[in-house]
Design a binder for this molecule. Sequence first.
Ligand code: SME
Length: 153
Amino acid sequence: MNYDALCKEIGEGLEKLNYIYSMFSYASVLLKERLDGVNWAGFYRVNGDKLSLSAYSGKPACEEIKFGRGVCGKCAETKEVQRVDNVHEFKGHIACDSASNSEIVLPVFMNGKFYAVLDIDSTEFSRFTEEDEKGLKEIVKIIEKEIEAALNY
Ligand code: SME
């Protein structure tokens, strides 16, 4: 995957948008469209001690996830990227789409405060490599920069 090109595309798209939800929506659609084998891409927003579903592209997903539960909850608890090669072996994994086999979840910060997670699922096992993790961290940096400049929080 050419992440430099994807960063450019996502940055240019986000720059035209004013609202965080619109930005999350655009990023979800673009990531699912551009990344091979991806069946779900979207955001959960921090809401107290739980995550609440925000914009996404893919099958309907569970609306709330407590910190510590599943892959997203683990990311929320640790504030660290979770890259899971086989979700069926991940204790507490929440299966929203039974076709998902691997997953990556990245924390999103706004002005230094934990704000959301970006969750991406794939039907392929071990879909997300170290290179993907690096590239997606760059994508998240762009998203963070744009949401910090957004009209509404
Ligand atoms: N699998 C996630 C739940 C969200 S869906 O994949 C969209 C998890 O275990 O946290």
